[in-house]
Ligand binder design. Structure first.
Ligand code: SGN
Ligand code: CA
Length: 528
């Protein structure tokens, strides 16, 4: 496909009528803007348009607007469900082992390699990234950037500036990232199309809401997942060794907004002792607002807790509820950000020629399997939100079922810009799906997780089709097979079930085929 080939008919027509360079330039101008809104750890279950158990409580009217006016991909997945690696895959269209950023602790993103940002910039797009970057480097391929160092902070965060300096800003991170994104849109050269990556820290741990949203979900009904008390039986033995349970691993300060004292008793935090660095970052006035909400509720909880009247199950349920209240409040500001950006497009006559995408670096457990965090190939963290709106091109309200993955984002952006997709890119543009031009699509996805121990999740690798999932745990030598239609919650591996031997054979063959197709590296050795 040639450069700008999407626009060839328009270009040709204009050349025929005007035959001038000017005409070609104006055809090029029609290349759409790309607004990529990317959050951190936003589970699809916390988007109302997902129709999940939380649909009635997820505060996402603006994200849902993208689903109503565009498409919501119901089978969108990650290649490696962890932050930096997901971002590296988005930029390169490649699985982690090829872009080199296999773990969050990777030394630094190899900036000499091809990226979609570089390609769009070279083709004339105005490019910018604002907010979370998390690739242990500074951005290349962007005319403008302003990023959070590492994980960044929620309250009064510091941003790294393009001149190498660091500046602290007063306010709430999600609002500040949005302000900066809009300021850049206002300041840029309006003649060129733009590619803006607006990347929030939220709703990442420590799930810290904007102060104006504290208490938003206090009275809300928040359905529990069926698997809040998962026993981890009938699956890999490695599940039981996890360190990401609401029950056993929630940090009393970070996650619960309480504190354990030196004797191990749960107590009210002394001033400045919420444990979370977020609290100590606040101004006295901000702390007063925080305390005004958490203070009375913490005292009420502690009175009940200390009386010994709470069962263990009740305590887990209480923690789940507090987790969800904070997480959903944090999502509320993300959704407001999306609303502000969409409003900016509306107000500036940019809506029709801007492709808006909403996604998050991976999914997240909202109590499913008793967990918070991500990493596993189980559905809730393997899934990534993917919503796309392009008026006049993407039919409103579509819910495509094709299996897509974050390797597909870069080639999609390229095709939107009418650029060729380099052969080294492993993903495919999803544009044909949106334009009903599709002849065939993939039937399976490859997954690889390489981290070395955080939250005690072992390295694992697998394949997913529409109906089944095979996960390989080389360190324990185990294999799990799931029937996603009959067991969507993935509670029982049917790997050893005689009725599934045919499925097992074909899934195993597909796993090896994908590993070879994507040139995957050798697996880690078994632990003895
Ligand atoms: C921090 C969190 C972890 C989280 C990682 C990775 N701990 O270390 O719970 O899994 O980030 O997240 S915290 O105590 O600092 O909140 S990622 O999104 O960057 O991959
Ligand atoms: Ca993340």
């Amino acid at each position: 496909m040639s450069r700008y080939s999407l626009w060839i008919p328009v270009t040709l027509l204009m050349w025929l009528s005007a035959g001038s360079l000017q005409a070609q330039e104006s055809a090029e101008k029609k290349r759409p803007n790309i607004l990529f809104i990317f959050t951190d750890d936003h589970a699809v279950n916390a988007i109302s348009a997902s129709r999940s158990r939380l649909a009635g409580v997820a505060p996402t009217p603006n994200i849902d607007r993208l689903a109503h006016e565009g498409a919501y991909f119901v089978n969108s997945f990650c290649a490696n469900s962890i932050c930096g690696p997901s971002r590296a895959t988005v930029l390169t269209g490649k699985h982690s082992h090829l872009n080199g950023f296999m773990r969050n602790t990777a030394k630094g993103f190899d900036q000499s390699q091809w990226t979609v940002a570089k390609a769009l910039q070279a083709s004339g797009y105005n490019t910018a990234v604002i907010g979370k970057w998390h690739l242990n480097s500074t951005p290349v391929g962007f005319d403008h950037w302003e990023i959070l160092p590492g994980q960044g902070n929620y309250y009064n965060p510091v941003f790294l500036q393009q001149d190498g300096s660091q500046r602290q800003f007063n306010g709430y991170c999600t609002d500040l990232v949005t302000d900066k994104a809009i300021a850049w849109l206002q300041s840029r050269n309006g003649n060129e199309p733009f590619f803006l990556m607006c990347q929030h820290k939220a709703p990442h741990r420590t799930f810290s809401p904007a102060l104006r949203h504290l208490g938003s979900f206090h009275e809300a009904e928040i359905p529990e997942p069926d698997t809040l008390f998962d026993d981890y039986l009938n699956r890999s033995s490695t599940l039981a060794g996890n360190e990401m349970e609401i029950d056993r691993h929630f940090d009393w300060a970070y996650d619960v907004k309480l504190r354990k004292d030196e004797r191990g008793d749960v107590v009210l935090p002394a001033p400045d002792r919420y444990g979370t660095p977020e609290y100590s970052r606040m101004t006295p006035e901000q702390k007063r607002e925080w305390d005004a909400y958490f203070g009375p509720h913490n005292r009420e909880f502690l009175a009940r807790f200390a009386s010994g009247a709470m069962t263990h199950e009740e305590l887990v349920r209480w923690k789940y509820r507090r987790y969800m209240q904070n997480y959903l409040s944090t999502v509320k500001a993300v959704d407001e950000s999306v609303g502000r950006l969409l409003q900016y497009l509306d107000d500036n006559d940019l809506t029709d020629n801007t492709v808006v995408i909403y996604s998050s670096d991976q999914g997240f457990y909202l109590g499913e399997h008793g967990w918070y965090d991500k990493r596993w190939m189980f559905e809730e963290s393997f899934r990534m939100p993917f919503l796309i709106r392009w008026p006049g091109v993407v039919k409103a309200g579509r819910r495509p079922e094709e299996l897509i993955q974050n390797i597909d984002y870069a080639p999609t952006f390229l095709q939107l810009a009418g650029l060729d997709v380099p052969s080294e890119v492993q993903g495919r543009s999803i544009l044909p799906i949106l334009q009903d031009r599709l002849v065939e699509w993939r039937d399976s996805l490859y997954y690889a997780y390489y981290e070395l121990g955080e939250h005690a999740v072992p390295q694992h690798f697998g394949v997913r089709t529409a109906d089944h999932k095979l996960i390989h745990f080389p360190v324990s030598g185990e294999w799990n097979l799931f029937d996603l239609q009959r067991d969507p919650q993935e509670l029982r591996s049917v790997h050893d079930d005689p009725d599934y031997q045919k499925v097992l054979a074909s899934m195993t063959a597909e796993y090896h085929r994908l590993r070879s197709h994507y040139a995957a590296p050798p697996l880690p050795p078994k632990n003895n």
